[in-house]
Design a protein around this ligand. Structure first.
Ligand code: C5P
Length: 243
């Protein structure tokens, strides 16, 4: 499918105009970045793995009635998506202490949390995506109370579904991040799941060994990132056996 004009290039993806009004093409790059792009590398195959894994997860979520921006995968690197206006928030759900949560609160990584915790961060690379409260979101008019409630509910539904999907293949969902967009239709708007859900945006640990199967492999130099992502894809059955 012919891509239109390049509209946006991020750290891991590029967005192009799509073939019809209201559509975009989302291209997955092989670039990996961490610590707000202080650490960078190109990892052969990462884009294709994230494309296929995100497709699998978005389709599963659509199957339980979650609105998403995903239309269909076009090829190994690209997917067709609905154009949305991204809400400038990253919504994180945590089941087990790790990463910035452990650092901020001094709680050892791997400590299970009594219930899932939903966090909102302001999506702004220059500031390192700081944690914000509902007060900030409302006062700065990034979202209404109704939208905040909707986003929290969406995040918890994704958590339920994705935890189950991963648990079934021997993987613990430690935490993850989602992004949400506003989709406009005539004078109606609704919030839909946007961006990607992949091992770039989740922490995934093997249930038996706690081996990390996510981007922490890159962040912390723990081995081959493509081996880790391929293992997730193989267990979920989205790679040919032995592939
Ligand atoms: O770094 P932190 O512990 O806050 O990350 C929580 C979760 O959100 C992790 O799964 C991480 O991969 C994801 N995340 C992300 N993009 C960001 C920040 C966090 O995908 N900009």
């Amino acid at each position: 499918m012919a891509r239109g004009k390049k509209l946006y290039e991020g750290k891991a993806k590029v967005l192009y105009e799509g073939p019809e009004p209201g559509t975009l093409i989302q291209y997955f790059k092989d670039d990996a970045t961490a610590f707000n792009a202080e650490k960078k590398d190109t990892i052969q195959g990462k884009g294709a793995l994230n494309n296929i894994l995100s497709e699998h997860i978005m389709l599963g979520l659509a199957g339980i009635g979650m609105p998403t921006h995903f239309i269909r995968r076009l090829n190994m690197r690209e997917q067709l998506i609905h154009k949305v206006e991204i809400v400038p928030l990253e919504i994180i759900v945590r089941n087990v202490a790790a990463g910035s949560f452990s650092k901020m609160l001094g709680i050892e990584e791997g400590t299970p949390l009594p219930r899932p915790i939903v966090e909102f961060c302001y999506k702004e690379d220059k500031l390192g995506d700081p944690l914000v409260s509902e007060e900030h979101i409302l006062a700065l008019d990034w979202a209404s109370q109704h939208d905040i409630d909707d986003m929290r509910e969406m995040a918890l539904r994704v958590n339920d579904y994705l935890s189950g999907m991963m648990y079934a293949v021997g993987i613990k969902l430690i935490d993850f991040k989602i992004e949400v967009g506003r989709q406009f239709h005539q004078d109606m708007q609704r919030l839909v799941l946007a961006d990607e859900i992949s091992p770039d945006s989740c922490r995934l640990w093997d249930i038996e060994t706690n081996q990390k199967l996510d981007k922490d492999v890159f962040r912390r130099d723990l081995g081959s990132l493509t081996d880790a992502y391929s293992e997730v894809a193989r267990r979920l059955g989205v790679l040919p056996k032995g592939g």
